[in-house]
Design a protein around this ligand. Sequence first.
Ligand SMILES: Cc1cc2nc3c(=O)[nH]c(=O)nc-3n(C[C@H](O)[C@H](O)[C@H](O)COP(=O)(O)O)c2cc1C
Length: 333
Amino acid sequence: MSLTTKFTEVFGVEHPIAQGGMQWVGRAELVAAVANAGGLGFITALTQPTPADLAREIAKTRELTDKPFGVNLTILPSINPPPYDEYRRVIVEEGITIVETAGANPAPHLPMFHDHGIKVLHKCTSVRHAVKAQSLGVDGISIDGFECAGHPGEDDVPGLVLIPAAAKQIEIPMIASGGFADARGLVAALALGADGINMGTRFMCTVESCIHQNVKDAIVAGDERGTELIFRSLRNTSRVASNVVSREVVDILNRGGQFEDISDLVAGVRGRRVFDEGDLDAGIWTVGTVMGLIDDVPTCAELISRITSEAEQLISGRLGGMVTPSESAAVSA
Ligand SMILES: Cc1cc2nc3c(=O)[nH]c(=O)nc-3n(C[C@H](O)[C@H](O)[C@H](O)COP(=O)(O)O)c2cc1C
């Protein structure tokens, strides 16, 4: 038995589970493992230093799987923007069929992707942006609630409200993101009107994720209170692990500091050392509140099969068992 939804049908995957783009984490081994397990994994384009490196990472992923997978293109405000057009060209030339866009309006990228038959799943954090993306013609929406790791936006609306609010207006396939780690989350997302789930933190803490074991151990040991929201006053909020660096950043900004006062603390190279060397206080590193629901480091195959089989049991067992005929129905029957 498997769960068939608008998402699995339109994006051509077996299970309604995606692994969204993750800076430093979304690499070939993880993406291929998710694909081989029947989910939809995304290589993170900007983790690759150059567009040519992205082409090599795509080739490497293809050596590890013959199932569909995608590439995440994160478009964030930046003083020195990466060469987005060149990354986009590599995505097209390498024959990728699914792209996850995030961070900004995907309009400039849509014509080229659609001209080459590429489906676009746009990730956003508000109903208005989801509606806008739908009107631009994207093929699916990934709606990220306040719980999520990374950029939750500035509205602070958690998934329990955001997902059904978006479902009222979104007709194309929509997956729910932020705070999902298990079958209960998947079933809840489906009940709230989504067609599947997207997970970041949960996939970060799997055997095939390339990050240092200390980070995986910290996620298993951590709870749902273990994150900080940085860059609030700069209106570029980001949810990261609570550590000496992120708490200092919050402190400096709360005292009126500006970006230049914290730029050294939040430098990407420092954050990368956390993942490469396992020094949890080397810099800021992204993680979500769902840390509180993560207790192990499974393979992606174990994780996806556990979530889907338990979801099916939950729907037809526990939830199905709660449905009893009403007295009048019983009498008339
Ligand atoms: C380590 C890490 C790095 C991330 N980097 C990106 C990124 O570069 N681009 C992006 O669109 N989302 C990024 N995200 C967000 C995820 O794709 C996903 O939306 C989010 O993790 C969902 O929340 P969850 O962690 O509660 O599952 C990142 C998440 C994590 C945990």
